[in-house]
Ligand binder design. Sequence first.
Ligand code: NAD
Length: 348
Amino acid sequence: MTVFSQMAAAGHEQVCHVADADTGLRAIVAVHSTALGPGLGGVRIREYADEQAALVDVLRLSEAMSYKAACAGLRCGGAKAVVLGPFPRDREAAMHALGRAVDGLSGRYVATEDMGMTEADIALLNEVTPHAVGRSLEAGGSGDPSPHTADGVIAGMRASLRAAGRAVDFQDLRVAVQGCGNVGLGVIERLLAAGATVIASDISQQARERAAGAGAQIVDNDRIHAESADIFAPCGIGAILNAGSIAELGCAIVAGGANNQLAEAEDGERLAARGIVYAPDFVINAGGLINVSDELDSEGYNAERVRFRVASIESTLDEVFAQASAQGETTERVAMAMAKTRIEAGSR
Ligand code: NAD
């Protein structure tokens, strides 16, 4: 397939290849949609098998950003950048080269953090372009997104409980959390504070120890999805929901912060067929995006507004669950349709 046909498949507006001879930086920026506002998305630094793999990844990720921002009701579009690793040794010069490329897009793309990027890297980008957000709180930015993502996951769990016909009360609930990193640990702490019993797993010993220290009971990571629980919260890696794991799920609800939880589109149907309430990942985990996007507000970052918007993930999911039930459709498809409707309205 040509680049143009790959762009046309999901309606990408722009793809920009960046090569900096001085540092060896190679990057691709994909702007999926600016219908609702500037295309906001992280810079991912990763070693790809080849250029085609990098292109496929940046196209997929930028499209997903459009849907996440639209469902969260943000005045942002979707975009993403990938840097083909390994990252050049002269990090400062390479970040400046990337920043100049971002600047050349005149705000159609606003860069933020993703895998391999830090707040210090955003500060380097900001030395050459205003179109990068995710600054530290000390620098007047939005700081760590993870607590906001965890808040959003809890809000989404409340809507999920309601959709499952349960009382919206964490007291005496049993929740299984896979992945105890920045988001997972935040979710665990909030659940425990609200009176839930938490079982948790992680592939990292250190993360398991942190979760146990917070009060979670540690279980086998390969079997956590099958544990009897009210809610299973994937907060580690993606593609955790597949034909095999869905058949074994021991929960009534799947609601967690990890990205790309469904291994394939049919997994949404498999969950629905088992009567399991599934909170689409790109709706429930938008808290971090809501937080960082607030830096783009003309009046600057406002923590109160962020809290309000993150809390509204609950009502957005109420709407997704209601539509899914009325239409006999999967929650994933309903959320995607909701996003596309908002993007189309924006482009008109
Ligand atoms: P993190 O790196 O802080 O934590 C991830 C944790 O998952 C680590 O402790 C790691 O050991 C564990 N893990 C990795 N592979 C695993 C596996 N196979 N099984 C169990 N545990 C595993 O990352 P994070 O910021 O907490 O993000 C977690 C997930 O949430 C990711 O999918 C991320 O894309 C998504 N997400 C994060 C944010 C955010 O604000 N940080 C926002 C939206 C989505």
